[in-house]
Each structure stands twice: as C-alpha cells, then as structure tokens.
Design a protein around this ligand. Sequence first.
Ligand SMILES: [Ca+2]
Ligand SMILES: [Ca+2]
Length: 256
Amino acid sequence: MHTMKFLPLVAAAVIAACSNDSVTNPVPVLPQATVLTATGNIAAEVDAFRNALGPSNGATAGEQPTGRREISWDGAGANPFDNKNDFPADFFNTNVKSGAIFTTSGTGFRNDSTLFAEINPAYASQFNFFSATKIFTPIGSNQLDQLFQVAGQPTPAVVRAYGVVFSDVDLADKTTIQLFAQDGSSLGTFAAPIRSDPAGLSFLGVTFDQPIIARVRITLGTGALAPNVNDVTAAGGTVDLVVLDNLIYGEPKKAF
Ligand SMILES: [Ca+2]
Ligand SMILES: [Ca+2]
C-alpha cells in the first residue's frame, strides 16, 4: 500500500523574484489530496478506503449525513441492460439511487458479465473482475465522466473522495482520474499503478477533507475496446486496454 500527501503540480509553481515593486500575482493553492494506490491483492486497501469514508449508504434515497456509496455493477437490477452497448447513463441515480450520472464522448456504455468476450473473445483472458462478476466500460472511447447528484434527485452534488478499481493497467501514467471542482477547475490528475500480477487489478483512491469533487474524468489506458482491437500485451496489440470495476465515493452532498 502506498499512501501519500499529494500536492498537484500547479500548487508548487515558483513565484519569480521581482526587482521592482510590481504586485506578484497570487499562485492558486489547491486543496491537499490524500492518495491511496494498490495493485496485486488490493482487497485490504479497498476496504481501508471504504472504512475511511464510513458505512455504506447502499441505494438509500436522499442525502445522508456521512458514509459512502459504491457501484459494483453486479446487481440483478442491471440484468436487462447488461452485455449491450447502451447501458443507461442515469441508471445509478434513477433505477438504483446511488447519486451517479455518467457521460462519455463515445457512443455509450456497457455493463458486462462475460469479461467483454462478446466484443472480442481475446478479452476474456485479458480482463478480470474485483467484485463478481460484472465490469464496465464506455464504448467508442476510453474516457468517461462521472457527475454526482443527491441520491435519487436531479440535484447537483459534490463528494469528498473518489476511488476506482481498474482491470489490466499495463502502461504508466495513462490510466488516470482527473477531479474537478464545481467551478470547473481541476483539483488534480492522479495515475493508477501498473498491474503487478496476472490477476491485473489496480486501485486508486483520492480523498479531500471537504466535499469538493463535482466531476471525475476517468481515462482508461490508451484505446477503446472493439472487435479488432487487442491489448498491448496480446498478439498484434498496440494500445493499452483498461476497464473498470468498483467505483467508491463519498456521500454526494448538495452543491451550493
Ligand atoms: Ca463487479
Ligand atoms: Ca491493458
């Protein structure tokens, strides 16, 4: 496990010395983030991240005083939408009230119980799940955004922490989460660790003291899943394909 206090680079910008009396522009100071990463057997670190946020609020509607939300993709309620490329972007705040809305510049989303073998048979040996047995990807893009709402309501919300379980991170600094504040400013970009074993799981979690995360941009490796696209570790592969499993985040609090 690696835990560290992280200051995004912009906060460390150097103020140039001035020889005259002009006013120096203030350097923006970003809130300090605590970053937790793990690979290999990630279960203990994922539990530590969960526990630091407090008890699970499940799919309870309405803003709760403390705790966390989690999307595992595994619930039976998603079954009618699984293994297709049009998984509803608002499923996890309408059907299941977890306060999550997704967007992508691609063509859709896929919640998959076959390790994506129906897209490309080679994927079944490439990807793995953390929570059995479904995993998730955008279609037509390797990026997706998560926005937050008060659980069960169309009310914009913010969270204090965000964590992701990734499957099959092969290249350094390509699989990332970028966090944004309500005003659209970046709170930092954080990279997932390369997988350390054939099981291929990696975890990345970022925590702030206050609920300030309004949007998360997840970048999965360097390419999108497709029938003729293979992972960089497979024959003929040129891109790092990465998918995601559990999303764990602080309780969505109404944004003001
Ligand atoms: Ca799962
Ligand atoms: Ca990969």
